[in-house]
Design a protein around this ligand. Structure first.
Ligand code: 5GP
Ligand code: ZN
Length: 115
């Protein structure tokens, strides 16, 4: 989608620190990290938010949850210490980039509830 920063990063039209890529997903370091490890897992396909999921996204999201997140957590060695997975959605959810992304945060003890 034009003027979408995460589409541009996925298409290599904008820079980012990639830590993972396959046919359907990229994972990059967040520009403004909120934890020692702060990764954004982003479908290459433009999906605005959870509100825009269709049945055709089920395999993609299962792939992210079952394959990609555990692999990255393992690679970053935060699988045993623990981590948090967050999808901010919409205005009250604090979503600022309208291309679905999953935050993976770890490397320190995270407080709950978030603000
Ligand atoms: P949201 O607030 O939408 O859940 O999260 C958007 C995240 O994307 C923020 O944590 C922000 O720091 C990050 N971000 C925004 N623009 C860029 C960018 O151009 N590159 C990278 N790597 N992260 C970005
Ligand atoms: Zn996009």
């Amino acid at each position: 989608m034009a003027d979408c920063i995460f589409c541009k990063i996925a298409n290599k039209e904008a820079d980012a620190k990639f830590i993972f890529e396959d046919e359907t997903v990229i994972a990059i370091r967040d520009l403004s990290p909120k934890a020692p490890e702060h990764i954004l897992i982003i479908p290459k396909k433009h999906i605005g938010s959870i509100n825009d999921f269709t049945d055709s996204d089920k395999d993609l999201m299962a792939h992210i949850m079952v394959d990609v997140i555990p692999k990255i957590a393992n690679d970053l060695k935060i699988d045993k210490s623990g981590f948090r997975v967050v999808i901010n959605t919409g205005e009250d959810g604090g979503q600022t980039v309208n291309h679905l992304h999953i935050h993976l945060l770890g490397g320190r003890s995270l407080t709950w509830p978030p603000g």
